[in-house]
Each structure stands twice: as C-alpha cells, then as structure tokens.
Design a binder for this molecule. Structure first.
Ligand code: TTP
Ligand code: MG
Length: 404
C-alpha cells in the first residue's frame, strides 16, 4: 500500500460552534450568513435547517421562504478561527504531514503513524473522540488510499460519520453508478456539458474516457483519472498561519465564471509575485492558489515544487492547481509563493547549473505573455513594471475581463 490518508471535515462547522456556545440554539434550524432582510447568502446552516432544503450559498431570501422560523445569525469569524486552530492542533498530532484545506477541513498523511488500515481506523476514531471530548464538536472522517477517496469517504456518512475506502477498486465500486457530480472536481457546468453528451454516471465517464478528454482537454484527463480512482497527489504540509509567503490577490468587479480568463489573470499575478520575491531575494518551495467563490467560501490549494522564484513556474503551477478546484463563479483570485527562504537558505537546484533551463523559461514567458497581449489587444512593452502597481493591475484585469 502506498499511502494512507485521512480527511477530516467538521459537521455544519459555523453553526455547530454557535450551538455549542449557546445551548438555547440547539435543536433549532440555525442559519449562519446574512439576516433575512439583508442582501446575501447562507454560509452554512444546522442539519435541522437542512431538512427544510436550506444549504450553503443559497440566497438568504430563498432560505427565509423555506424556513421562516429559523434562527438567523451573522458569522463570527474570529471565533471560528480560534476553534479551527484548536482543531488543527489535535489533528496534526497524528500525522507526519497535514494539509489545511479550510478552517474546518484537512488532509492528514498517516501512512507511517498508522502502519496499516487497522491503525488508521484507530487514529480516525481517536480524532473523533478528542474532537468531541475536548472541543464538544463533531466531525466526519474518511480514511483512504488517496486524497480524493478520503474526501469522498468523509462525505459518505455525514454528520458524525466514519467511512473507509481502502483501494481504488473500492472507490470505483462505490461510485460507478452515481451521478458525475459525486466527483468533487465536476461542478454544475461540467456536469451539464457531460450530460448533454449522454454521460451522466461515473461509469459513463470510465466508458467514454476519450470523449471526456476531447471535451475538456487537460481537465478532462483529470476527470477520467478520478473516475477510475487514480489520484497519487501527496499531502502537502501546509498551515496558512505560518506560511511566510509572497502573494498577490485581487477581487473582481463582477464574479467570473470563465476559468480560461482566470488563467490569464494568474499570469499577471505570477509576474507580480516574481517581482516581489526577487526584490526581497526570496525563494519559495511551494506555490499557492487562493480563490474566493461568489458565495464567500474561500479555498487555498498549494503544491511543493522545490526552490522557485520565477513567474513561469508560479504561473504553470497555479494553473495546474486551478484545474483541480471546483468550477464555480469566482470573486477573488490570488497566487503566491510560500515556504520562503532567503538566498543563504537556498538549495541549489539542477536548474542553477543549466543556463538552458533559464533560457527555456524566458522563452516560454515571452510566448505566453505575447499570446495574452494579442488576445486582449494590449501592449505591455516598456511599461510592464507599471502594470504591477495595485491600481493599474486592477484596471488592466478589469479591462481584460470585459474584453475576454
Ligand atoms: P463545509 O465543510 O462545506 O460545510 P459545513 O461544515 O458547514 O457542513 P458539512 O457538515 O456539510 O461539512 O464548509 C465549512 C464552513 O465554511 C461552513 O461552516 C461555512 C463556510 N462556508 C461558507 O461560508 N460558504 C459556503 O458556500 C460553504 C460551502 C461553506
Ligand atoms: Mg464541514
């Protein structure tokens, strides 16, 4: 067996914390987000509220129509952040590597600590017990051979769930008859497109791999792999709170649904990050991508790549990460380098001895930058530096958004 991964995800996180701290809320349909008379959405809600059909990202007016007797509250982010740190401290103590995915969610690499699935099962139950006894909250835990399978497993028996998917065969057996949406990289749009081509179950994807790859290119290949239970991504140690990082992000005037356009934005962000990193003589070992979706849910993804401070590598890695996330309307995008070290701490890589590699990167950069300018009818020549001043970058990207 190659790896054993645990995925932990808290149940109705914000709502559970509020119910824990105010017993009068327990057992009630509790909706955290905007208040009914405000403009906005549901961040999350208690399982009692879910019975009325209320869910995350739903318009608050719609939630109120479905559940007029619910209790509505604004979120208290400071509190959730504190609880999150306590949770992650418990979880991290069982893993050789721990990757924070959200305030209430993490991947843990327990391959070494667990030894085998039996051991992983013990750790999972220990995590559930301590989360319950020490923090008075429940979580759902999945144990599996891959990240995708572990995440799928933690969803399987929510709330307060536990589920195992030991092998790719188990994964395929579990999911083949289900709707394509069960694969978490398949969003509503992708599913719709697949369905219009007669592909509605995971098995359909397995059996029409070529068609899927043709329809979606690189992302299609990834979908086919996932549908076959193939995912050898590692757990990348990541804790946002101590990531000394160089990053740039920006919020769009209007939510963006076009992920091809987001790639273009990533190129400008990557160039900007490179400039900052170079100015401070810093190198990163990993690249992060940050997205805030239209419903205010934020995610970060990261990948370790070895010493890097160049825009092309940042751009390509960020695009790779972008392909693996849910395709939903986006209001903010960011990219950055983390695990920084100064010149002195830098490990020389093979590239340092290969001028060719540097030349190749410079050429690649020229090519993608040229294509971007041609697409939007822009000419950065001579004033590329200006572009990266906050206001100009923002204006340039807004111009690009309108002219995609
Ligand atoms: P989730 O883990 O997706 O949801 P949850 O923990 O509330 O419920 P579940 O039992 O189904 O896991 O998200 C974690 C927190 O992130 C959630 O409590 C609130 C926030 N969030 C948003 O603000 N907007 C969203 O659209 C989603 C999905 C989550
Ligand atoms: Mg959760």
């Amino acid at each position: 067996m190659e790896q054993i991964i645990i995925h932990v995800d808290m149940d109705a996180f914000y709502a559970s914390v509020e119910m824990r701290d105010d017993p009068t809320l327990r057992g009630k349909p509790l909706i955290i987000g905007s208040l009914p008379h405000e403009r906005g959405v549901v961040a999350t809600c208690s399982y009692e509220a879910r019975k009325f059909g209320v869910h995350s990202a739903m318009n608050i007016k719609e939630a109120y129509r479905l559940c007029p007797n619910g209790v509505y509250m604004h979120p208290n982010f400071e509190k959730y952040r504190t609880v999150s740190q306590q949770l992650h401290a418990i979880w991290d103590s069982y893993a050789t590597a721990s990757e924070t995915i959200a305030l209430d969610e993490a991947y843990l690499d327990v391959t070494e600590r667990a030894g085998d699935f039996e051991g992983a099962r013990r750790i999972a139950h220990e995590i559930k017990r301590r989360t319950r006894e020490e923090l008075h909250l429940t979580c759902s835990v999945g144990v599996a051979y891959s990240k995708t399978a572990a995440k799928t497993a933690s969803e399987e028996k929510k709330p307060d769930g536990y589920y195992e998917i030991p092998t790719a065969e188990d994964f395929v057996r579990l999911l083949s008859d289900r709707d394509v949406r069960v694969l978490y990289t398949v969003g509503a749009k992708t599913a719709e497109k697949l369905r219009s081509a007669g592909i509605s179950t995971v098995r359909d994807i397995q059996e029409h791999a070529e068609a899927v790859e043709q329809m979606f290119g690189k992302q299609g290949r990834w979908i086919v792999q996932i549908a076959n239970g193939i995912d050898d991504r590692r757990v990348v140690p990541y804790r946002p709170e101590d990531a000394k990082s160089v990053s740039r992000e920006l919020t769009f005037q209007e939510d963006v649904e076009n992920f091809a356009f987001l790639q273009d934005v990533l190129l400008l962000l990557a160039l900007s990050v490179e400039r900052r990193a170079k100015r401070h003589a810093l190198h990163g070992r990993g690249v992060t991508l940050k997205l805030t979706y239209a419903d205010m849910k934020s995610i970060t993804r990261s990948k370790l790549i070895g010493d890097c401070d160049d825009a092309v590598t940042i751009y390509e890695t960020a695009c790779e990460l972008l392909r693996e996330v849910k395709h939903r309307p986006v209001r903010l995008i960011g990219a950055g380098l983390y695990n920084l070290s100064g010149e002195e701490g830098r490990q020389l890589s093979l590239d340092d001895f290969m001028e060719d590699a540097q030349l190749l990167r410079a050429k690649k950069l020229q090519r993608v930058l040229y294509a971007l300018q041609a697409h939007y009818g822009l000419d950065f020549a001579g004033h590329l530096d200006e572009i990266f001043q906050g206001e100009t970058l923002y204006k340039t990207v807004e111009y690009m958004r309108r002219h995609y």
